[in-house]
Write a protein that binds this ligand. Structure first.
Ligand code: NDP
Ligand code: MG
Length: 392
């Protein structure tokens, strides 16, 4: 019996790494579903190489372009539009959903996969930032197994007992220590940061990733989103999580216990490693990755975060401490501001300023369902867009 896998966001960086892990284990996994948004060239390559049974294109305006290029031999099914993800997340042939769509748009399909009791290998951290409480409660109800792909959270998870379930409290925990590469501008001054170009911001020194998460890594908002993600996955308040700059990205995070022990997970920075862990758990899958040489690790560095230069992390920490609607606003404003930066509409340092302004301007709201989360997300996007156009 093989495990049926759906890869939502198969044309992205995480999607690609996931497909390469699945390809190494044909006896174990069958590729049931892949989704792409509008990257037809990449999707055709995925179809030709991996032969999925079901293909989803979420941007329906690209339907004709896909039909023109689809190989004649393709016998699988096709579906178009956002709702096809929801159907696929519930499908009985799908045992595992790899949630690798970028941003808030990935929330609904991830949530439905959790409600349907699937194993959900979660890369889409924005979904957890926006609706972590609802998602963990839903996993409890449905019996879904939620496993982190984000390398830091996967590292922490690997440092916990095999019986640990995501969202539970960790026995004997003193602190979670999130490591952070510091991104491409680790030692830059605030003045220099105002002149950063999109090309510089997406050039991460250690990881090759999608554009949005690369900018988040450069502002350190990625670490802020990860801090919130960790509060939900490990059932702790933000005050129990420390962030340490570790430029080499070899130690992916650490867990400190009350007896003075610290456990860490080390590997080369290669996302196939946490992906293989989540897909295979509790078994270890053999994958073709370069081994880590301990002799080469003698120069590992650790330092504190320069919060005056990178305010995004503390914005996220405050949003997490306040809870409720704040992380939703933080995430929506950041997504809009990052997009505006990538389109040359605002400078790099304005990304955090727009996010802070949205958090100040939007009055507290009660959020108790996914629909509430999505309508607040929409409202906040409108406000962020208005702030950006006023500043142009
Ligand atoms: P990419 O930008 O490389 O890929 C994004 C994927 O989402 C693509 O398949 C894209 O399709 C699809 N997509 C984009 N917009 C939409 C939309 N509106 N509706 C449906 N699908 C859409 O991102 P990454 O792979 O880098 O990141 C994916 C997620 O994983 C993010 O949440 C990120 O934070 C997280 N993550 C990523 C890591 C990494 O190393 N890359 C590490 C840890 C977490 P198309 O190509 O057709 O546009
Ligand atoms: Mg990460």
């Amino acid at each position: 019996m093989t495990t049926g896998v759906a890869v939502f966001g198969a044309t992205g960086s995480i999607g690609e790494s996931t497909l390469s892990v699945i390809e190494e284990h044909p006896d174990r996994f069958r590729l049931e579903v892949v989704s792409a948004h509008r990257s037809i060239d990449k999707l055709i390559k995925v179809i030709e190489r991996f032969r999925p049974r079901h293909v989803i294109l979420t941007d329906p305006s690209q339907e004709e372009a896909l039909m023109e290029r689809l190989p004649k031999w393709f016998e699988g099914s096709l579906a178009f539009g956002e709702n096809s993800l929801i159907e696929a997340a519930k499908a009985t042939e799908v045992d595992v959903v790899v949630a690798a769509i970028v941003g808030a748009i990935g929330l609904r399909s991830t949530y439905v996969a959790v409600s349907s009791g699937k194993r959900v290998c979660l890369a889409n951290k924005e979904a957890l930032v926006m609706a972590g409480g609802l998602m963990i409660a839903e996993a409890r109800k449905s019996g879904a197994v939620l496993l982190p792909i984000d390398s830091e959270h996967n590292a922490m998870f690997q440092c916990l007992p095999e019986t640990y379930l995501v969202g539970e409290q960790i026995a004997g925990l003193r602190q979670l220590i999130l490591t952070c590469s510091g991104g491409p501008f680790l030692e830059w001054s605030i003045r220099d940061l105002t002149r950063v170009t999109p090309a510089q911001a997406v050039a991460h020194p250690n990881w090759s990733m999608g554009r949005k998460i690369s900018v988040d890594s450069a502002t350190l908002m990625n670490k802020g989103l990860e801090l919130i993600e960790a509060t939900h996955l490990f059932g702790v308040p933000e005050s129990v999580i420390d962030v340490v700059i570790h430029p080499e990205s070899m130690i992916h995070s650490l867990v400190e216990f009350v007896d003075g022990s610290i456990l860490a997970q080390l590997s080369r920075p290669d996302m196939r490693i946490p992906i293989a862990h989540a897909l295979g758990f509790p078994e270890r899958l053999r994958i073709d990755v370069e081994r880590l040489s301990l002799i080469g690790l003698s120069g590992l560095r650790f330092e504190g975060v320069r919060h005056d230069v990178f305010p995004a992390l503390n914005l996220a920490r405050e949003a997490s401490a306040e809870g409720g609607d704040r992380p939703i606003i933080l995430n929506a404003a950041n997504e809009v501001a990052v997009e505006a930066f990538l389109n040359d509409q605002i400078s790099f340092t304005k990304i955090s300023q727009i996010t802070a302004d949205c958090l100040h301007q939007i009055a507290k709201q009660t959020v108790s369902s996914i629909n509430d989360v999505l309508s607040l997300d929409k409202m906040c996007r409108n406000i962020a867009e208005r702030l950006i156009s006023e500043r142009k």
